[in-house]
Design a protein around this ligand. Sequence first.
Ligand code: FAD
Ligand code: NAG
Ligand code: NAG
Length: 530
Amino acid sequence: MVIKKPRIVIIGAGMAGLTAANKLYKSGAKNGAFEVCVVEGGNRIGGRINTSEFGGDRIEMGATWIHGIGGSPVHKIAQEIGSLESEKPWECMNGFLDDPITIDENGYVLNPSLVDPISNLFFSLMDFAQGKKKSVVPDGIEENLGGITSVGSFLEKGLESYQKLKSRNEVNGCGDWNRKSLEKSIFAMHENTQRTFTAANDLHNLDYIAESEYVMFPGEEITIAKGYSSIIESLASVLPSGVIQLGKKVHDIEWHPECGSNSDSDSDSGSGSDPGSGSRPVKIHFLDGTTMSADHVIVTVSLGVLKAGIADSDSDSNSGIFKFNPPLPSYKIEAISRLGYGVVNKLFLKLSPDPDLDRFPFLQMVFHKSEDQLKNPKIPWWIRKTSSLSPIYEKSSVLLSWFAGDEAHKLEALPDEVILDEVSTTISSFLSFKKCNGNAIKSCKFDKVLKSRWGSDPLFMGSYSFIAVGSSSKDMDSLAEPLTNGSSPLQILFAGEATHRTHYSTTHGAYFSGLREANRLLEHYNCIDV
Ligand SMILES: Cc1cc2nc3c(=O)[nH]c(=O)nc-3n(C[C@H](O)[C@H](O)[C@H](O)COP(=O)(O)OP(=O)(O)OC[C@H]3O[C@@H](n4cnc5c(N)ncnc54)[C@H](O)[C@@H]3O)c2cc1C
Ligand SMILES: *[C@@H]1O[C@H](CO)[C@@H](O)[C@H](O)[C@H]1NC(C)=O
Ligand SMILES: *[C@@H]1O[C@H](CO)[C@@H](O)[C@H](O)[C@H]1NC(C)=O
């Protein structure tokens, strides 16, 4: 029998999969040490990186920021390939627009003397939770912060003790229901931004301890002038054509655990599509009925896809297609179910040309909390947790808002006309009274919308992972552990943002995880490299 080259199949052509393919190709496959192939269920590469166009502007439907340029491998690639400059303007080219104007839902401009102390309190609390600061400003708040399990309850207690402290220090401050209630609403605006950062629908489900274990790179946060997809294209460009196969949706993965552990999977059915597959331990079954055999498979699908795959194991529904046969060991199933994974969506709106409107402001939106009589009945629930709306760069006619959780799901389900209509009503209510930059904005109209759909797309089932209350970053390590058996090691390896315990939820976390699994295989085959 002819001795075959080991075959490595990578599932998913996102950041993790393409980083692994790039590394394996350059360090082994190119010289014929093994075969590498990438199978991708969608009809494009990039995964949760999806650079697009809207209203004449370049925009990002998925990953947007390099979260800290100091030490970021994504920043390094972007620099090397000249992606950080462009003639054309791009989303957030000058970072966040400064000078936000904060308005309540009835159109009252909120004075910075009211807004700033609450914003500072919020940032101070988050710095404390993230371990960046040892104390909270103003003093005396930390005392009430023991026994906390979630970021949500931490923030809640923080605001509560701030308001107590303040009433105590003020002569006639107590009983100021209106002010306190407004402070709560301003605080909630920041909480809603935090929901989009973490993809947690409810911050009470975001683990408090894990918050301080997360690692951010130092330095500026920037966007990529030529688009995030330029990074993806650069990683893919070293691979010969044919290595990446699009439109290949994996249905299930047949593997061979140690004898004795409930393996009664069918023996080789001898499918003609893949000659000589008998000696390779793993067999991938695609939705189109074809199969592919492999010595090693690197799984990079999202945590959402893995969750759907372990749920209702007999359902053949399209969303639950990603199965293992036999099923994953229980330690892995438990880690997958405990970890958090949520939806975040971006909504882009194109402003109708309006001679009265010189430029749309960076609008911070304060919605009144449910107990308030000040609630505007015309504003639908799914907009009530949106914290801002702003042009994607100065003077762009394209505006952007971020949505998380239930509201992000709802956004996907709504027809564009309804979105246009309800957003216009809401924004008119915000802009009803005040003047911005000297211009009175009575109402504003939008021509069209574009929204991402990360929650309902069966190839993603959401946006990114977080450490939910009841799980810990150890679960991410468990997720990263390869499946192996004595006589055929490293059958299935796991990469993807959710397998990185300190950089999860980011493109660089996905990058590091792809590199980690490529290196694991290179070491296994003694292809000593860096
Ligand atoms: C709205 C949004 C904003 C974000 N903002 C940022 C940001 O500003 N900065 C940042 O660093 N990160 C951001 N992220 C996160 C970042 O995009 C991801 O962490 C990263 O891209 C994940 O890469 P990955 O390779 O792990 O997974 P993916 O990109 O999901 O790649 C997995 C691939 O597997 C494929 N696949 C799934 N199921 C199957 C199947 N059954 N068969 C075959 N193929 C399959 C998918 O199509 C996909 O291409 C954002 C994400 C979203 C959604
Ligand atoms: C390991 O996998 C191979 C398939 O490659 C299978 O034949 C064998 O029985 C498995 N070994 C053990 C110890 O379970
Ligand atoms: C990716 O972008 C295209 C627009 O270019 C959009 O149609 C598609 O829905 C996006 N994918 C997701 C999952 O949002």
